[in-house]
Design a protein around this ligand. Sequence first.
Ligand code: ZN
Length: 186
Amino acid sequence: MEFRYCPKCAAPLVVGPVGGKDREQCRGCGFVAFHNPAPVGLAVIEHRERLVLIRRALDPLAGYWAPPGGYVELGESVPEAVVREAREECGLDIALDGLAGVHSHPEVRVVLITFHAHSTGGEPLAGDDATGVGLFARGELPLQPPPAAGTTTDRWLHAAISELLAPWSGAAPRGAPAPGSPGTTR
Ligand SMILES: [Zn+2]
């Protein structure tokens, strides 16, 4: 049970079926607690032909290299959140180049919405949620084995990040466009 008291009227909540599922609900005011995953925006950023990753300071996956990103807040769109987070977490101004992927899991509290992006200004600098910023050439990504004793969220996030970074994991085929920029010029 996530909530014990009604956030609207402070009466104790009871659990019972609403819409075919057991949910916390308030007999006083009718409040029902729906638990929805929160959207998180990420950016796979190219900066001077390098991939920009931050070293995560916090769990899940503390110590791992990952694309910068964070929670989308009311008052901004998902792309706006991605641009804001990039500036906060790695010091770069970015332009988005299209959707890289959407990742979710039934047991995980977030939905990842990831964009390809390229830098338009700024210098790489780690923000509060990162212990460092790294620039990685194609084929020279850090080796990151799956967390040995991780939670479902850890393992899912690791798999999602590995998939998102896969275009950077090997040498580029001759004549292939950079990931996220098919047919575009920088
Ligand atoms: Zn209530």
